[in-house]
Design a protein around this ligand. Structure first.
Ligand SMILES: NC(=O)c1ccc[n+]([C@@H]2O[C@H](COP(=O)([O-])OP(=O)(O)OC[C@H]3O[C@@H](n4cnc5c(N)ncnc54)[C@H](O)[C@@H]3O)[C@@H](O)[C@H]2O)c1
Length: 383
């Protein structure tokens, strides 16, 4: 299936992500089938699309005719065979549970035409494990949109172990047709690109506080008000949920920072439970102030992100340019982490990592050989 041949797109799951993806596709003049397991759910998805389209039209971002046209191209459906029988490209946006996604992909494989590409919007599950239940793993790919899909420019495309090049290319082209910026993750690694780098940002912040080297408010204040990130790592962790951070560490076989362990044990899971690092229920939430971060040195956070990025580069998962693009567009970073690393100086970063590794013996601090080699040659890591 070539991208220009894609006319009919089917979205599976009409929730937060599914309705947004369907809206984008309908705006890009594709015929869109939106499927969910009940009429109520699929109609809710359609209403959200209608609401969002009229907002875009009110803001003058699209014309009222474009809004109407997009809605007319959208078909809400609750019969899977009907949703799939003419599909050229399918994007699954059902809940993040491997077994559920595997069940869905078995059915997609049976019901969608043989030419169809089957994509999953999974944010963390191995695409290869979803693909393996189908008879067309070469046509199964990860297509990771960011929330909200209509506004976020990035799409991370994940090549599973068996995904063929033609499928990756068609998915890249489709992302462009949807007016998104694609980055390709050429190996099905844990956390893909963005979550892997975020682990350096959030994880190291948690270790620093666990060791008493800094406070939550100091770090958040520094990263937001002085370094230009949209929010500090703790505010971000509260937003995504501390149970999610906990899960990421467990699945990656990493030790949990004691601070995280304590909060999760106490049921403080972040915003969703009313309390995490900050108190959202009876307190003022993430109310850290600019002056609190003035004295915190952010080098450890940058060092960890650089080390993770260097490992991705050494493993040929992606390119330096794509890492920086992914973090600017998907994470709101003011500067890509590799451009920032060059600005700081790779030698300082390497020194910090070597010292941390000597002191704590934790694998996360073991410097990537690529980083060491670049420092030896006096080269930069950016693009
Ligand atoms: N929410 C985010 O910020 C975000 C960002 C990127 C990726 N994702 C990923 O997108 C996927 C969907 O997340 P979401 O936040 O939209 O979830 P959601 O709960 O809002 O939506 C999931 C939808 O799938 C439907 N569903 C349940 N079982 C189904 C089945 N068997 N077949 C078809 N549909 C079914 C549900 O009824 C629901 O409408 C997940 O894999 C998630 O990891 C989420």
């Amino acid at each position: 299936m070539k991208a220009e041949e894609i006319k009919q797109l089917t979205v599976i799951g009409a929730g937060v992500m599914g309705h947004g993806i369907a809206e984008l596709a309908a705006l890009a003049e594709l015929q869109v089938s939106l499927y969910d397991i009940s009429d109520k759910l699929v109609q809710q998805g359609r209403q959200r699309i209608q609401g969002s389209l009229s907002k875009l039209a009110q803001k003058g971002l699209i014309t009222p005719e474009q809004a109407q046209g997009a809605l007319a191209r959208l078909k809400p459906l609750t019969r899977l065979d009907e949703a799939l029988h003419q599909a050229d490209f399918v994007i699954e946006a059902a809940p993040e549970v491997l077994q559920l996604k595997q069940d869905i992909f078995r059915q997609l494989d049976q019901l969608a035409p043989p030419r169809a590409i089957l994509a999953s919007n999974t944010s963390s599950l191995p695409v290869s494990q979803i693909a393996q239940v189908t008879r067309r793993p070469q046509q199964v790919v990860g297509m990771h949109f960011f929330n909200p899909p209509v506004l976020m420019a990035l799409v991370e495309i994940i090549k599973g172990q068996q995904t063929d090049e033609a499928t990756v290319e068609a998915t890249v082209e489709l992302a462009k047709r949807l007016k998104k910026t694609p980055v390709v993750c050429r190996k099905d690694v844990r956390g893909f690109i963005t979550s892997a780098i975020f682990e350096g940002f959030i994880g190291e912040a948690m270790w620093l506080v666990s060791r008493g080297a800094a406070t939550v408010r100091q770090i958040d204040s520094r990263m937001k008000y002085h370094e230009g990130f949209p929010m500090g790592p703790f505010e971000l962790a509260d937003l995504t949920g501390l149970d999610i951070s906990d899960n990421i560490h467990r699945e990656a076989g990493l030790d949990n920072p004691p601070l995280l362990e304590e909060l999760v044990r106490a049921g403080r899971l972040g915003r969703k439970s009313g309390r995490g690092f900050y108190d959202y229920a009876s307190g003022a939430g993430a109310d850290y102030r600019p002056e609190e971060g003035a004295d915190f040195d952010p080098l450890p956070l940058y060092a960890l992100m650089t080390n993770i990025a260097a490992r991705l580069l050494a493993d040929q998962v992606t390119t330096a340019a794509e890492i920086d693009t992914a973090m600017r567009l998907g994470g709101g970073f003011p500067l890509g982490p590799l451009a920032k690393a060059d600005q700081i100086g790779l030698a300082s970063i390497l020194n910090w990592l070597d010292e941390a590794y000597r002191r704590y013996g934790d694998e996360r601090y073991r410097a990537s050989p690529l980083l060491r080699e670049l420092v030896r040659q006096g080269r930069s890591i950016g693009h």
